[in-house]
Design a protein around this ligand. Sequence first.
Ligand SMILES: *Cc1c(COP(=O)(O)O)cnc(C)c1O
Length: 387
Amino acid sequence: MAQATSTRPIYLDHHATTPVDPRVLGQMYPYFSQYFGNPGSDHAYGIEAGCAIERARQQVAAALQAREDEIIFTSGGTEANNLAIAGVAERYGEQRRHMITCQTEHMAVLNVCRELERQGWGVTYLSVDEQGCLDLEDLRRAITAETTLISIMAANNEIGVLAPLAEIGEIAHAHNVLFHTDATQAAGLLSLDVRAMQIDLLTLSAHKVYGPKGVGALYVRKTPPPGLLVPQVRGGGHERGLRSGTLNVPGIVGLGEALGIAVNEQKCDTTRLRDLRDRLWDGLSASITGIVRNGHPTKCLPNNLNVAIPGVDAQNMLALLRPTVALSTGSACHTFTREPSHVILALGKSPEHARCTLRMGLGRFTTVQEIADAVHQISSAVSQLRG
Ligand SMILES: *Cc1c(COP(=O)(O)O)cnc(C)c1O
């Protein structure tokens, strides 16, 4: 049975997922059983569902400064990343079999790259500096005549570090290379403009922006036939033939609404989040000796705080905090493998440092009181474990 909200732990894991905004849920609701039609059907039920899809497509396109016919709905960020990378690879793999990505990418990018390597592709995994930033000179040097694609995330899901998207887009296009960015964490919090930033492919996921799980989108820049991609899910030819399968109508309505709200409220949301995040860091650093921040202090998502507490095992912290504060050691993926975070290791830190690392992600509904309580709970847990 669901517990009363007031008795539940403080939620500081918004990089893993966000709650559906009640306004989003309100828009989705009628599309489950009242307007349940298949948007592929040529009758009143299909047409009303189809109108809802096209409205959502407009909302998503507007959030990116893209055109509506450049938005392909998917089952989430993972599928969008797979479609972008594997789809380009299949289109261009006869001619040019090299791509460039970064060591700190999400597994939904890294594991697609590993698969391309098994198929004989060359993949360059760029390293980052101790704050998680790429060197654009390294990027330029990595480009060869064989390079087809650069895939660099807009904002990191563990340390929140931001990539200079416009600069990367410029370099990619100067060398006639395609540019994909996984903007799953950045969407809603940063202004994204696929034209100004010269982005060819961009990944979104609804559940990281206060929409539902299981739905996302890929922006695919419109080019003359045959287009940039070969479909990876084949079937009835939905989504301009690039991704088949009956559309998740309520989910897509939710994605569109969630992005619409995020764009409208971006300014005040990001200011508020940055203030809360700074309070959290000020509180923790005042009460926990030796605590250090991972990542870059300013080129960072406003809602991210990633810290290492030397000598305090993060798994023990999570266990101790379980009744009071929900946070994580790194991405949800590492929870399955129990490996030290590949992102923290890429900063040049030791596995020991990675095992003492906690990731905190603040959200739209996080309050000042929750931050004060979380500081208290976290510093008490540290005293207990060190004590
Ligand atoms: C969550 C996340 C994904 C995966 O998105 P899903 O919709 O959960 O498949 C991909 N990339 C990044 C950066 C993420 O944070």
